[in-house]
Design a binder for this molecule. Structure first.
Ligand SMILES: Cc1cc2nc3c(=O)[nH]c(=O)nc-3n(C[C@H](O)[C@H](O)[C@H](O)COP(=O)(O)OP(=O)(O)OC[C@H]3O[C@@H](n4cnc5c(N)ncnc54)[C@H](O)[C@@H]3O)c2cc1C
Length: 313
């Protein structure tokens, strides 16, 4: 996987001009033109299945939407654990499938707002991947899972505002940085029944400690940023669970093990008629892969070789 990621950057990276929300606003027009619509803050409660055929979705507020085909991009774990009726999951032994794969590691992300444009702050357009240098990665992960106070196994620092040529038109005199690290879910489990933004002081204190350690990592790389930070907010595995429904705050859906890539059920077609999967779990992690999963699922539904057409473009 590391080789694939490194190879991906050999001839440079890509960033959507205007920020990542441009992906949604661009595809929105295509969907609207085809008679569809995008709903936001709209949580699906259950997929409706009638005699092993998907016919619609029931929303959390009780509304029902019917459709010829139903596609879930919520991740295979969430889809099978939470969105399909239990009786259907049992009938097709879908839980047995899930036992063959694991969730990817959970993570924390520090979102930082700074005073000064990317040029003024001399922010790089690259990403930093920082690993402990005197220890192999697997040992570092083992140590870290046992003792969170141990060194971070990886720190990834990204400078989105420096990569976006349109940034300063929208946010003059400001910049943004995010720092991601791995963080086991278990230490956060004790707060799982509390609500977002209403968790107790011990949670806030733990977040603050992690945030300060990550800021330290940033200052080690770019000391001139000290004193330039106006705001920071740390997401924990519980934040990811709250916002995107990944049960243990996993960063990339399924874990990327060799075993995962030989599982034949990680594909668009499911044993339920007119019910399909899409998203990173049927391909691999990353925005490009997730976008491409849409092409693969469309090809599976329409039985047309649209992949060739897309690759030509
Ligand atoms: C902090 C972070 C940084 C990353 N940075 C990069 C990067 O720089 N480059 C890169 O290529 N990749 C990056 N990734 C990975 C990339 O974001 C993912 O691989 C990609 O978003 C997966 O897309 P997806 O559509 O499969 O799933 P997701 O983007 O996870 O989308 C799943 C959607 O399903 C929704 N959902 C879940 N349950 C329900 C429900 N019941 N009802 C309705 N909706 C539901 C969720 O809200 C979510 O919007 C990053 C990931 C993280 C967490």
């Amino acid at each position: 996987m590391h080789a694939a990621v490194a190879r991906h950057y050999f001839s440079g990276g890509s960033f959507p001009i205007g920020g990542s929300s441009r992906i949604a606003t661009t595809v929105d027009k295509v969907i609207e033109n085809a008679g569809g619509t995008i709903l936001i803050s709209a949580e699906v409660d259950e997929v409706i299945i009638d005699k092993n055929k998907a016919t619609g979705v029931k929303m959390k507020d009780g509304k029902i939407f019917s459709a010829k085909n139903i596609i879930s991009g919520a991740g295979i774990m969430t889809t099978y654990d939470k969105l399909l009726p239990k009786q259907i999951v049992g009938k097709h032994q879908l839980k047995e499938q899930l036992k063959k794969v694991k969730r990817s590691v959970s993570h924390a992300c520090l979102y930082i707002g700074l005073k000064g444009s990317p040029e003024e702050l001399k922010l790089p357009k690259t990403n930093y991947w920082i690993y402990p240098d005197k220890i192999d990665h697997d040992t570092a992960v083992d140590n870290y899972v046992k003792d969170l106070k141990s060194y971070f196994t990886v720190v990834y620092i990204s400078f989105p505002s420096a990569k976006d040529p349109d940034w300063s038109n929208r946010y003059p005199g400001k910049s943004a940085i995010d720092i991601i690290t791995l963080l086991p879910y278990e230490p956060f489990d004790k707060w799982k029944n509390s609500n977002w933004m209403k968790r107790d002081e011990s949670y806030t204190a733990m977040k603050e400690k992690i945030a300060q350690r990550l800021l330290n990592e940033l200052y080690k790389q770019l000391p001139h940023l000290e004193g330039k930070i106006e705001h920071y907010e740390l997401s924990t595995p519980l934040t990811t669970k709250h916002f995107i429904n990944y049960q243990e705050g996993e960063i990339y859906g399924l874990d990327h093990t060799p075993k995962r890539f030989i599982q034949r059920f990680l594909k668009p077609k499911t044993p339920i008629k007119n019910f399909y999967l899409t998203g990173q779990d049927i391909v691999t992690a990353g925005v490009a892969a997730a976008l491409f999963s849409g092409v693969i699922t469309t090809a599976a539904i329409t039985r047309k070789n649209i992949i060739k057409k897309v690759m030509q473009r």
